[in-house]
Design a protein around this ligand. Sequence first.
Ligand SMILES: NC(=O)c1ccc[n+]([C@@H]2O[C@H](COP(=O)([O-])OP(=O)(O)OC[C@H]3O[C@@H](n4cnc5c(N)ncnc54)[C@H](O)[C@@H]3O)[C@@H](O)[C@H]2O)c1
Length: 468
Amino acid sequence: MRIAVVGSGYVGLVTGACFADLGHEVILVDNDEKKLEALRKGEVPIHERFLPELLARHRGQRIRFSEDLHAATHASEAIFIAVGTPPTESGDADMSYVESVAREISAAVNGYKVVVEKSTVPVYTNQWIETIILRSGADPEMFDIASNPEFLREGTAVTDFLYPDRIVVGVESERAAEVMRQLYAPLTSGWYYGRGDAIPRPDRSQVPPRLIITSAKSAELIKHASNAFLAMKISFINAVASICDSVGADVQQVCDGIGSDSRIGPRFLNPGIGYGGSCFPKDLTAFRAVAKENGYDFRLLEEVIRINEEQRHRFLRKVRSVLWTLRGKRLGVLGLAFKGGTDDIRESPALLLVHELLREGCQVCAYDPAAMPRVQETLRNGIEFATDPYQAAKGADAVLILTEWEEFAALDLERLRGAVKYPIVLDGRNLYDPSTMATHGFSYYSVGRPPAQSAETASARAAKKERA
Ligand SMILES: NC(=O)c1ccc[n+]([C@@H]2O[C@H](COP(=O)([O-])OP(=O)(O)OC[C@H]3O[C@@H](n4cnc5c(N)ncnc54)[C@H](O)[C@@H]3O)[C@@H](O)[C@H]2O)c1
């Protein structure tokens, strides 16, 4: 099929590249000339596994780049809207990008088209898009609106798209449902998974995926409700971690115990410094705002958001309690992205913490495998950048692990020990076993688990106690 994807950001680029890999002809549209120029030259503007391979495979063949939405709409049977929906001051989603794209599409309807919401949007958006297109004078028989929320996670976006847990399609007509079925048929029929050159299947994925057809409103709500539930799971375990900290229990053991209950499951029970990124924070406030507008005060979400913010402050207090004063302390910071596997720093808890530490007078030397160029664009002063984790740790009063990159879970601990001034690690992602860290000579502090002291520190303390 011939499709257009409007917005070539994290979601649009991945959607376009994956649809091309499924055999569709894709026009990727964006209004950022610089981004389009880079894409045409073969550059990949975001860090996302398998994306460079897919773009190289299909660029100039099944993928074209364009700034001309009018022409792209003319040429396509389905037009996916994947532009940003950032939060406004009051917390609801700013729908102005979606609205302006819908207006442009409406002026170019020249045959039956399905206009697909891929952006995360509040319930009723499908009706607004329909109204806008009708107001432009388009024939109601010539288009349908579908809601096709995206559940990909940055860092594993390509495999999430190609091996999804489910595909949700919200439509109000059988004609639109059929177009959407055809678009996803290479996945739902299992055809893609039999191909020799398919992107490798991740563990845990079930193929072929289920296609869930709902009303447009239900699909819009499924996306907001899914993100709200996942954020709630994170805040829940972080609240439990805080109790563990207070009573000296181990939150990893608690996770193991509760996650083994098949009704709860172990995934997303990851205590740490909280969630961030471009989705959870804004989607929660948007969902809360939508609920309020429709007469429901979703106070549970307020608490989820409050716990998430508090989690960062708790970690900062832990840093203070370990280092006493912060002014002038040199910190090696591992991780700036909001999660591992991506260069996205939007609402990154790691970066928010770095800002706080700088404000308190710390010297920060940071390393992140992908996000440093993005941080350098926004935060020019006050932070040094290292070329690897050991350089970041060099001469540090303490090392802080703030993003769960796989690389940070597999550090050469002897080398790290040799680099630091004091062997103190504060791990905001619980990447290490405390006893392993103590064996390697570190005093180790994490989230919701008792701290571990190096043997030297422990015996020096014991000797002092004895003398007293
Ligand atoms: N990033 C994620 O992990 C993720 C996951 C699921 C859903 N979503 C949702 O998908 C949507 C897009 O998110 P994103 O992270 O890809 O955003 P993004 O900011 O990375 O990309 C948006 C793109 O749209 C382009 N754009 C804006 N206005 C345009 C216009 N009028 N015409 C053409 N292009 C235009 C921008 O230049 C940019 O390239 C959001 O609603 C988001 O909530 C994001």
